[in-house]
Design a protein around this ligand. Sequence first.
Ligand code: AP5
Length: 209
Amino acid sequence: MNIALFGPPGAGKGTQAKELIEKYNIPQISTGDILRNAISQGTKLGLEARSYMDKGNLVPDEVVNGLVKERLQQEDCQKGFILDGYPRTTKQAEKLDEILSDLGKKIDKVLALDVPNEDIIERITGRRTSKKTGKIYHIKFNPPTDEKMEDLVQRADDTEEVVKKRLENYELQTAPVLDYYKAQGKVVIVDGTKKPEEITKDLIRILGE
Ligand code: AP5
């Protein structure tokens, strides 16, 4: 099962990916997480990526495509994978089709989480992530019960100013990717305003047990 989770910043892609990887026992490939890891390790890639991410801009296609190509060739992707935050431009979608075709694979479904812009800013500015487990919380919608607030961190790009830029870039560069996949008949739009656990049930209904 080869899935792409699609949606604006803060739509709940990471939250849902974490549930689906458990359910289906396939890996999550989050380009945002890969880039943030590179930043925290201070690599050359991290330094380059940071200059784009801190401003809410997309990292160049060729950089991200290279990372995904390498990741998809790893053993744990043989049974399937869940892409989170990739592809994010039509050029990335075209390249992904090429990479997958070389591997004898294809995207089966694109699950698009639909959340209005007015919900996004509150979701993102209230997001906190566990330093220990990487678990995603929200100070209002999903506060931690088993971890201390001081063990949670806020992402550098989760300020209101940067989120506005990310949303602008989403409309301009990423939203058109949906048309690319609609033309292939692969898109299922999912109501992303429900409670997280209800959304997970909807996704499982679509993907099958
Ligand atoms: P990335 O890390 O991919 O961020 P994003 O797409 O902006 O998405 P987010 O991680 O912000 O949100 P999400 O949809 O995962 O929501 P979450 O589940 O956390 O990318 C960051 C940057 O990296 C980009 O700006 C770019 O610079 C670069 N980058 C990454 N990929 C790239 C690519 N392919 N090409 C180029 N550049 C790339 O939920 C958000 C919050 O809402 C949480 O607090 C959560 O608890 C809460 N929440 C979740 N679901 C619900 C719900 N149903 N109801 C209420 N609250 C909810």
